[in-house]
Write a protein that binds this ligand. Structure first.
Ligand code: HEM
Length: 369
């Protein structure tokens, strides 16, 4: 054998030996061959340091069983929370889909109503005489609530639909800047909305207690069934329904918004579920993890906001283009007496009686000549 062939054979033998010794030392390869497969509780390769890899522990972690956190953020004890997947699926699927249906559906409904009914006119025409409907403070409360709601609705809807609608139009960078700015505005304007809500609730709650006239108003469809105008006091049944939707949904949106601004500090859903279970014998979960609370708050906040937006669209329609003479109530504060007699006949009677009494009082106070 030549010297060259001898050195090739020796090199090949050395290479083979090296490869074999590597395979024997490498635990991954050993595991792959099944020679040293870990048994329950043992770590791969028989390494003694580190924690046990018991399959039961991993199963518990996967199913969302929380561990214990010593100090710091307690929510860190939960390593995997499958609820996050459900939340993302709802957030990106049914939520935008049904929100679009609700808002576009309401716009379509109002367009059809306008096409069929047209603008609701003052039957007896504008008289030129007016009656005070809302004081300056009432109008200030209304416009504080209305303007803040419109800003919140626009910046909030951007979070639901912005990615799909605005990115193709403006690009990702512009959308990102708008959304970051919008979120900041959303968080601050929320306080103006809450103030407006409290003002409206305090000033108008007394006028929104249901009474027997409301039933008649509803049965007559606010005048659409049988013609004429059903009698009403300061607010008719339709307005009372709107008032209670605004107050209750507005309070719910405020509370869930507060929970979103202060994550992991509230347990509103656990508490609410406990109450519901007590009242109705249901079995909703009452030991929700902090992250599950946040996910429910986020979905609830969006659902309430979209519902309220759809309802408010109908209100804006009837308060502006839908009804002649209505908007004056919220601009100057004075409405035409013919409009007032047609839509709020009992309120006009009450106001006239009050004015007459006031006049009598001041006449009696005048010294006789
Ligand atoms: C540009 C938008 C809006 C317009 C033109 C408008 C117009 C009006 C008008 C004219 C009234 C008085 C109706 C009457 O004299 O009987 C009214 C009342 C009221 N508004 Fe608005 N509004 C707007 C937005 C909002 C918003 C966003 C909210 C709440 C989030 C709201 C809540 C209320 C409530 C609770 C009442 C009392 C109940 C009623 O009259 O229906 N408004 N609005």
């Amino acid at each position: 054998m030549s010297a060259i062939r001898q050195s090739i054979v020796i090199s090949a033998a050395l290479f083979l030996f090296l490869c074999l010794s590597l395979v024997v030392q490498n635990p991954v390869s050993a595991q792959a061959t099944g020679a040293d497969k870990p048994v329950a509780g043992a770590t791969p390769g028989g390494v003694d340091t580190g924690s046990s890899s018991d399959a039961d522990i991993w199963r518990q972690i996967r199913k969302g069983a929380p561990g214990t956190v010593v100090g710091g953020d307690k929510s860190g004890g939960l390593m995997i929370q499958s609820g996050g997947q459900d939340w993302r699926m709802i957030r990106n699927g049914p939520l935008p889909k049904y929100s679009a249906w609700a808002i576009l559906g309401m716009l379509m409904l109002l367009s059809v109503f306008f096409a069929l009914r047209g603008r609701i006119r003052v039957d007896h025409g504008i008289s030129g005489k007016t009656i005070k409907r809302f004081s300056a403070i009432e109008r200030a409360g209304h416009w504080l609530l209305a303007s803040s709601f419109i800003i919140l609705a626009l910046t909030g809807l951007n979070l639901i639909f912005g990615r799909a609608l605005l990115i193709p139009l403006l690009g990702k960078d512009a959308f990102a800047s708008i959304t970051i700015f919008g979120k900041l505005i959303h968080n601050y304007v929320a306080f103006a909305f809450m103030l407006g809500l409290v003002m409206i609730a305090v000033m108008w709650i007394v006028h929104n207690v249901p009474n027997r006239h409301d039933l008649m108003w509803i049965l007559r469809g606010g005048g659409m069934i049988g013609g004429g105008h059903p009698p009403a006091r300061k607010f008719n049944a339709g307005q009372k329904i709107l008032f209670w939707i605004i107050i209750l949904c507005g309070a719910s949106i405020s509370l869930s918004g507060w929970a979103l601004m202060n994550p992991f500090t509230t347990e509103m859903f656990s508490g609410t579920f406990a109450l519901i279970n007590n009242w109705f014998g249901t079995t909703y979960p009452t030991d929700l993890s902090p992250i599950a609370e946040q996910q429910l708050q986020s979905i609830w906040h969006a659902v309430m906001a979209v519902f309220m937006t759809a309802v408010v669209l109908a209100h804006i329609y009837i308060g502006s283009v839908g009804m002649e003479g209505a908007l004056d109530a919220m601009t100057t504060g004075d409405v035409d007496t013919n409009w007032a007699r047609e839509h709020h006949s009992l309120w006009v009677e009450e106001e006239e009686a009050r004015m007459a009494k006031k006049d009598e009082g001041s006449a009696a106070a005048q010294p006789a000549e």
